[in-house]
Write a protein that binds this ligand. Structure first.
Ligand code: NAG
Ligand code: NAG
Ligand code: NAG
Ligand code: NAG
Ligand code: NAG
Ligand code: NAG
Ligand code: NAG
Ligand code: NAG
Ligand code: NAG
Ligand code: NAG
Ligand code: NAG
Ligand code: NAG
Length: 535
């Protein structure tokens, strides 16, 4: 291996410089807050956001050339402005919109096309796409998709991805077939999917497991949720388990819990990430090795940020709570012991999941005064179906140590409101958790971890194992370095065979479109209120 490695380095140094360049690409992901000026019209807002996007592109290309820039989901247009700002997308690869004098397509698409040419780069944006659905010559109706559009460096649109797993989004259509979207930059292949798609098999596994694509682009507007589903936690676990590069660009809006962007290099962990505590813009720019299979991955994040400073800055970052948490089977961690060994089983929807927990505890020197709060830890297991805000129901399997406000399971997945008031007297010297799962295409498990700073643990601080035993696979996660700022540590799995849509829709027609929009707004408000009530 090392002989091969030095041979490659040698040929790079001695022969063509260009040859070396094919081993990496320059990628930029942007966390961005949409312009929310109510006094602007929908079209003016689109133009304003377009201008900001292009300014960001200009500033990153001022010092270096980049191959790819990814902007988040839903930050270009109004969330629900289907009718006025929705756009028809020109045919792929054929039309260069830059300086097109015909007014067939809106100005902002032209601007992106010109920017891609001017900076010789690929630009990914998310927008609302409009098309016609004509059942005959006279009966046509407008239909809308949540679409990612990729501008190639020649200024044409080289790929288009229509989001398949919609998060509510009534008024938008689910494509009849999943749109498996793939494109090339400098002979490297990229796949793309959006937000909620990351929790499903289609199209994510078609791209990764079936087609072997190693670079995934992920525009997102992720609303973080404790204890398993905060943004960076999910991005890291997915990239690590699938061992593919994930280029995640998140919309920023701390008041609703939106945020979290990063460049994750599969099993090597993140190269850089961020989660903005206040609404704003963060640009993440990294050189990404094009074959993370090879051994030359060296730009791994060396995270020396102060966990407590970051955590305190996120006190008012809104976090939802997993609604299924109160159904978990649990055991309260007895902190008077040094060593705990327990098996906890949960039975749900005809399945049983048993998880084995071995924990070694230490007490640190922190003195807990009466004005301080301390988390209570529960060892919790769950197998069953949870709802995603009433929009969709999904099968999950989980085993984890989770932080709770007290020893009631209903208080798990909540934080104390004032970070400075928290004391951390318990040190986890070691945690080993294992669970046995049927080995099948419809199940997958991920390593899940979360620090008080709402970041996952550094990837070298835990190990993640996979052992096939008969028809089952035993997954084990082990904490390898003592830690005292834990919120979550364990295994999070999905079981796609138990997924279902609680409100299946009958296509999306023009006539039900207005009512479905109201319904969407109502569900969002209810979901929001429910979260507030429970917290
Ligand atoms: C680009 O370089 C200039 C001058 O060296 C520096 O001031 C600026 O911060 C750099 N910009 C970026 C985005 O790195
Ligand atoms: C994708 O962005 C468009 C416009 O920016 C928006 O209409 C659409 O709703 C976005 N997707 C989601 C899930 O918000
Ligand atoms: C578009 O027009 C601008 C301004 O006239 C010009 O600088 C640019 O080269 C043109 N780009 C293309 C691709 O035609
Ligand atoms: C654009 O970038 C590609 C690859 O990075 C490079 O091969 C090409 O020469 C560049 N084109 C221009 C006009 O700079
Ligand atoms: C997905 O969209 C691309 C265009 O981006 C098209 O070529 C392809 O046929 C579509 N695939 C499906 C399954 O709809
Ligand atoms: C692009 O990749 C294909 C398939 O991997 C290969 O055959 C071809 O030579 C490559 N082209 C360049 C310019 O590197
Ligand atoms: C995607 O993968 C699923 C299985 O995970 C398969 O049923 C489906 O046909 C695939 N779709 C495409 C378009 O390849
Ligand atoms: C966890 O597993 C590691 C490696 O097998 C072992 O060294 C450690 O003692 C175990 N910890 C506990 C608490 O059992
Ligand atoms: C535990 O915390 C929850 C949520 O804050 C609260 O409603 C409940 O009363 C507490 N229970 C106990 C026993 O303190
Ligand atoms: C938060 O807790 C700290 C330490 O206990 C205290 O000094 C501070 O006043 C509290 N802040 C708020 C807003 O309650
Ligand atoms: C926990 O310890 C027991 C007893 O030593 C052992 O059988 C089991 O495999 C351990 N579990 C894990 C997850 O390491
Ligand atoms: C298009 O119209 C046909 C016939 O009315 C309908 O069955 C189908 O669901 C529509 N497609 C979409 C994507 O709305």
């Amino acid at each position: 291996m090392s002989v091969l490695h030095s041979a490659l380095t040698f040929s790079c140094l001695v022969f063509l410089n260009n040859f070396c360049e094919t081993f990496s690409f320059e990628a930029v992901v942007v966390e961005y807050a949409a312009n929310s000026n109510r006094f602007l019209s929908p079209d003016e807002r689109v133009m304003e956001n377009t201008k900001n996007y292009i300014e960001i592109l200009e500033s990153v290309t001022a010092n270096k050339s980049i191959d790819l820039i990814v902007f988040p989901e839903s930050t270009l247009m109004y969330l629900n402005s289907y009718d006025s700002t929705a756009v028809v997308i020109p045919p792929l690869n054929e039309v260069v919109l830059c300086n097109a004098s015909a007014q067939t397509y809106p100005k902002f698409l032209e601007d992106f096309s010109c920017a891609a040419i001017r900076h010789n780069t690929t630009v990914v944006i998310n927008l609302t796409e409009k098309t016609n659905n004509c059942s005959s010559e006279i009966t046509c109706e407008d239909i809308y998709y949540n679409t990612d559009v990729v501008f190639g460096s020649d200024g044409s649109i080289i790929s288009r991805y229509r989001k398949y797993n919609l998060f509510g989004e009534y008024g938008k259509s689910k494509p009849a077939l999943p749109n498996i979207s793939v494109f090339q930059i400098n002979n490297m292949t990229f796949g793309i999917f959006t937000c909620f798609d990351i929790l499903f098999a289609t199209p994510a596994f078609n791209l990764t497991k079936q087609m072997g694509i190693k670079n995934i682009i992920f525009p997102t507007d992720w609303l973080s949720e404790l204890p398993y589903m905060t943004a960076l936690q999910v991005q890291q676990m997915w990239s690590q388990e699938l061992n593919v590069v994930l280029l995640a660009a998140g919309a920023s809006n701390p008041a609703t819990g939106a945020g979290g962007s990063g460049i994750f290099l599969g099993k090597y962990g993140p190269s850089e990430y961020g989660l903005l505590a206040t609404k704003g813009t963060k640009v993440i720019s990294q050189s990404v090795p094009s074959g993370i299979e090879s051994n030359d991955v060296n730009n791994i994040l060396t995270n020396n940020e102060d966990i407590d400073v970051v955590a305190a800055s996120l006190d008012s970052f809104s976090l939802r709570t997993d609604p299924s948490i109160k159904e978990h089977t649990f055991s309260v961690l007895d902190t008077s012991l040094d060593f705990i060994s327990k098996t906890i089983c949960h039975e749900g929807d005809g399945e049983t999941l048993c998880c084995n927990f071995n924990i070694s505890l230490g007490k640190n020197t922190e003195i807990v005064t009466s004005d301080k709060n301390t988390y209570t830890y529960l060892l919790a297991t769950y197998t069953g179906v949870r709802t995603y805000c009433g929009f969709y129901n999904g099968g999950v399997d989980s085993c984890a140590v989770v932080a709770c406000l007290n020893d009631s399971v209903e208080s798990c997945g909540e934080r104390f409101t004032n970070y400075s008031s928290i004391a951390w007297p318990i040190t986890f010297n070691s945690i080993n958790i294992s669970g046995s799962f049927i080995e099948t295409e419809h199940k997958i498990q991920f390593p899940t971890s979360l620090l008080s700073s709402i970041r996952p643990l550094p990837i070298d601080q835990y190990s993640w194992e996979n052992e096939v035993v008969g028809l089952n696979v035993v997954r084990t996660i082990r904490l390898r370095k003592a830690q005292d700022r834990l919120l979550t540590f364990g295994i999070f799995g999905r079981d796609f065979s138990r997924d279902y849509d609680p409100h299946p829709r009958q296509g999306q027609t023009g006539s039900n479109y207005a009512t479905s929009r109201c319904y969407a707004a109502l569900v969002l408000i209810l979901c929001f209120l429910l979260n507030k009530l429970l917290s």
